[in-house]
Design a protein around this ligand. Sequence first.
Ligand code: HEM
Length: 160
Amino acid sequence: MGGGGDRGASVGTVIGIFLNENQTLVRILYLVHIIGIVGAFGPTFLYQRMHKAGETAAMAALHMKFVFPSLVILWVAGMGMAGINKFSLASTYWITATIVLWIAAMAVSWFFIKPAVSDTSPEASKKLNMGVGITHLIFVLSLWLMIFKPFVDNTYAFND
Ligand code: HEM
């Protein structure tokens, strides 16, 4: 079981992944990126209903232990893909714009949604509605930027 040849082959596979010979690492990051997007934006579609039902503890846990970490994970995976493929972030505008939107999503999550999750007052509901609305707008805009890759002449720009 597991002779030297097998071990050599599997070490080769691992090195191959990290040398980006076949884009396997990029594909793994891609998968993580998409899972991160589901985790970061999916729960926000439940927030208003949970808030009305007074599920504040569950919302607070979901937001801090799931949504925030997912936002960070999707960013790490996105930057990883861009880094490995040497995309120039300064001139690949669809990525630059999405990073700006991601920063806005983090700020909205922290300043609008987080304070409202454990507070059921009408003012908190208003803040939550605004935060969720902006987050959904960011979600759709980011999807459009990432999928359509607009600013055509600059679809991809690379670092040397
Ligand atoms: C935090 C900043 C982000 C960075 C740095 C980033 C970076 C990337 C990169 C480098 C790719 C691979 C593109 C390719 O090679 O074709 C990608 C794909 C993708 N990203 Fe992001 N991303 C970010 C945020 C987001 C957000 C917030 C969303 C959605 C809400 C999103 C949705 C997607 C989708 C759907 C794809 C697949 C598109 C395709 O391959 O054609 N990304 N992202």
